[in-house]
Ligand binder design. Sequence first.
Ligand SMILES: Nc1nc2c(c(=O)[nH]1)N[C@H]1C(S)=C(S)[C@@H](COP(=O)(O)O)O[C@H]1N2
Ligand SMILES: [Mo]
Length: 251
Amino acid sequence: MSTDEKIVSQKEINRRTILSFIFFFIMIAVAIAGWKWIDRQPQDNGIPKPLRTVLNTNEKIFSDYVFSDSNLAKAFPSSEVVPHTRVNGGEGMSDGFDPSKWKLQVVRKTGDTLFLSLDDIKKLPKTDIIFDFKCIEGWSQVTHWGGVKFSDFVKYYKLDTLSQMKYVGLNTPDKQYYVGIDTKSIMHPQTILCYEMNGQPLPMNQGYPLRLIIPVKYGIKHLKRIGTIFFSNQRPPDYWYERGYDYYSGL
Ligand SMILES: Nc1nc2c(c(=O)[nH]1)N[C@H]1C(S)=C(S)[C@@H](COP(=O)(O)O)O[C@H]1N2
Ligand SMILES: [Mo]
């Protein structure tokens, strides 16, 4: 028998039970008051400021200390690719789009824009990637994409100086969907300017002629139908950020 066992009276047990309950209800009241306080604070892009501050702080920690080019998203064998790639999100995919007139526009500086055809992009070395595509809505699926590494694209078109800036912005041709991405993530070796799905040209609703595939980010950043690319030290506008989501959206 252990020696530090104590006999406690029934009265003492009751006292402790009541104290525990009082503590329990105080903590609930504190939690509710805290939540109400957060809710009363001014908004910052769709959410209360204190929550935005938490997201921004996480971004700082992850982009400055955790992110690395050698951290790769897990690759999968082609046997695990889903038979039907889901189509999700049609913002900026307006009906009037004429692919025969499409050119990728890369803004080098105001009044100096590079216009590239799909063939210009296909001339660069091709990379295939099979990975688990994750949407913030809660689904994921193993899918297969092909295209040109963004980092190869930057080298080939001598955008090295521009890529010293902190962010890259991408828009659809009609400007209805737009994302901003930290340059470190877009220069990651698994990020591609994608023109193929399952070895075939991208389907129209999956972003033909060119989309972004960026496995280090959630689906919201994989912009379909790229019209314009530009570089900036300020955060470019971002469709889902403005609606309360995390700007960084890293995985
Ligand atoms: N132009 C455009 N790109 C977009 C979206 C969109 O609404 N418009 N939705 C995003 C979201 S939320 C997801 S999950 C993925 C889905 O890509 P998929 O349709 O190829 O599955 O596209 C992203 N790219
Ligand atoms: Mo998504």
